[in-house]
Design a protein around this ligand. Structure first.
Ligand code: ASP
Length: 600
């Protein structure tokens, strides 16, 4: 190589050695006669000193150096003069006394600091991603990502899994999101689709007798833009034959536990991972992906206030809705403005308002409870009810209860959002905790009001519990699916399920979802036929790697753990994709453009 050591390697014990280093100018300081540079490579930083008395030539070349110039230095390792050591750098005891230097390339002044993690407009960081990746935080993310994937591969390898690559050009099949499609030049008017996930392929590998499959799989979904979505993302896709839910979940638990404890020992886990049913998480947290690093659980006072004359509660109950809330410890002194801010969040999600009950921290303990409470509801509810409400919420003096009344869906949405918001404001999330959670027993179907039809809650290959199969002919809303999710710190990290492995049941589900026989044949003919050739019972899961590494590194967005992500408008600002193609390409692909995006 063009170097003998890397820039993170040399210590006092190397003093006196002749070495060659190569890297980038991280920082440069001119101290009268001496020039100091921090030379940076992937492994670290080493200080290099150019002294005209040691080498006049090297010193004079060094006067040209600017940040991010790339060079090779030959010199001698020397202990730094006492008092000038840098304890923050692993190489901080030594410096290189330069004898020769070769500049490989100069650099324009970078559009942002590489040597400081200062905030910069994200599109600029993305446009110059190759410079952003030079920053130590991004480099560390990429290296950790590599280690995570290697850990997963090794972990699965010793357990008999086979990594199989599945194609990227496949047939467009409905899987929940919109497909990205690729026009075929050879077959005019026909299209491939990019996989939303290798779902059918991995199931076919089970039919093929592979038994334990995994893949670091790229998935493509043409979904509407949302803050932290990417058109393409990476999953650890896996599938196993002859398993139950327990096999998949315990495999995942063991993998994530040993991975986190090995690669990021500072991060704490809740062990064993809690398991909650879908019904439980919805009722306790209002969401199927709760953050369980903190409490603030939802409490239901619907039955307690069902006979109340308080119009807010009464009308909600009459409309078959619910009255639920959360208790915020120590927030009784929240100002009108603070409560208004929270109410605004609730309004944004469809609430007419929130009912607040502040149990004031000071005042007469022995006195009437109503004198200790600030709430519009007090006069409607009376002291006895208030007491019971506080008991349900396990409230103490000084706490603030926020209550939402209305349809269950909206109340849950509001309280989920308020829980997350308050956890931030009250700083309830320990920074080094990853709280994994398994959610099980999801409903198989959910009603789609727009389409007036049933949708699969996970995907249409998910098996119902055997004992619930008879309900396919009577009550679809009550069927439980063999579907499980892994949630971590409030994010859905993965979904998976035990699959349907017989043609009859699979066809039945397709027809409930609204497919005619012809559509089934057209879209899934090959897959359905495969189920007739001794398809074994099987199941799997697909943890999202980007999101997992985002949580592991404490990054704010998944874009920080993907080497070359798209921006929030699904644009690659570095290469400017998507972009127009030539008329010749269009002709070859048998395409005609009928509408162009307005150029900004
Ligand atoms: N293919 C599914 C998904 O991407 C995961 C699975 O069921 O294994 O969500």
């Amino acid at each position: 190589m063009l170097k003998t050591h890397n820039c993170g390697e040399l210590r006092a014990a190397n003093t006196g050695q002749s070495v060659t280093l190569a890297g980038w100018v991280h920082r440069r300081r001119d101290h009268g006669g001496l020039i100091f540079i921090d030379l940076r490579d992937k492994e670290g930083i080493t200080q290099v000193v150019f002294n005209p008395e040691i080498s006049g030539d090297a010193h004079s070349i060094a006067t040209e150096l600017r940040n991010e110039y790339v060079l090779q230095v030959k010199g001698e390792v020397s202990k730094r003069p006492s008092g000038t050591e840098n304890s923050k750098l692993p190489t901080g005891e030594i410096e290189i006394l330069a004898k020769a230097i070769q500049i490989y390339n100069s650099s324009k002044t970078p559009p942002f600091y590489i040597n400081e993690e200062v905030d910069v407009d994200e599109n600029l960081l993305l446009k110059y991603r190759y410079l952003h990746l030079r920053r130590s935080g991004m480099r560390d993310n990429m290296i950790l990502r590599h280690k995570v994937i290697k850990f997963m591969r090794d972990f699965l390898d010793v357990r008999g899994f086979v990594e199989v690559e599945t194609p990227i050009l496949i047939k467009s099949t409905p899987e929940g999101a919109r497909d990205y499609v690729v026009p075929s030049r050879l077959h005019a008017g026909k299209f491939y689709a990019l996989p939303q996930s290798p779902q059918q392929l991995k199931q076919l590998l089970m039919v093929a007798g592979m038994e334990k499959y995994y893949q670091i799989a790229r998935c493509f979904r043409d979904e509407d833009l949302r803050a932290d979505r990417q058109p393409e993302f990476t999953q650890l896709d896996l599938e196993m034959s002859f398993v139950t839910e327990e096999d998949i979940l315990s495999l995942c638990e063991e993998m994530f536990t040993s991975l986190v404890e090995t690669l990021t020992p500072d991060i704490k886990l809740i062990k064993p991972f809690p398991r909650l049913s879908y019904a439980d998480v919805i009722s306790r947290y209002g969401t199927d992906k709760p953050d369980i690093r903190y409490g603030l659980e939802l409490k239901d006072i619907s039955s307690l206030v069902s006979d109340s004359e308080f119009i807010v509660f009464k009308s909600a109950i009459q409309a078959k809705g619910v009255v639920k809330g959360i208790c915020l410890p120590g927030c009784a002194n929240y100002t009108h403005k603070q409560i208004e801010e929270l109410t605004e969040i609730a309004r944004g999600l469809g609430a007419k308002g929130l009912i607040s009950m502040a149990w004031l921290p000071d005042g007469d303990d022995a006195g009437d409870l109503s004198t200790q409470v600030k709430s519009v509801a007090t006069k409607h509810l009376g002291t006895a009810k208030l007491k019971e409400i506080f008991k349900i919420f396990e409230a103490q003096r000084g706490d603030l209860i926020l209550i939402a009344a209305g349809s269950e869906n909206i109340v849950h949405k509001i309280l989920d959002e308020l829980r997350r918001e308050m956890a931030k404001r009250l700083q309830l999330c320990p920074s080094n905790l990853m709280a994994f959670l398994f959610v099980t027993d999801f409903p198989l179907f959910e009603w789609n009001e727009e389409r007036k039809g049933w949708d699969s809650m996970h995907h249409m290959f998910t098996a119902p519990f055997d004992e619930d199969v008879p309900l396919l002919d009577s009550d679809l809303s009550k069927i439980r699916a063999r579907h499980y999710d892994i949630v971590c710190n409030g994010f859905e990290l993965s979904s998976g399920s035990i699959r349907i492995h017989t043609r009859d049941l699979q066809e039945k589900i397709f027809s409930i979802l609204g497919y005619s026989k012809e559509e089934m044949e057209d879209k899934f003919g090959g897959f359905l036929e495969a189920l007739e050739y001794g398809a074994p019972p099987h199941g799997g899961i697909a943890p999202g790697i980007d999101r997992f590494i985002m949580l592991l590194t404490g990054s704010k967005t998944i874009r920080d753990v993907i080497a070359f992500p798209k921006n929030q408008a699904a644009i690659d600002v570095m290469t400017d994709a998507p972009s127009h193609i030539s008329n010749l390409q269009l002709d070859e692909l048998h395409l005609r453009i009928t509408e162009q995006e307005n150029q900004a």
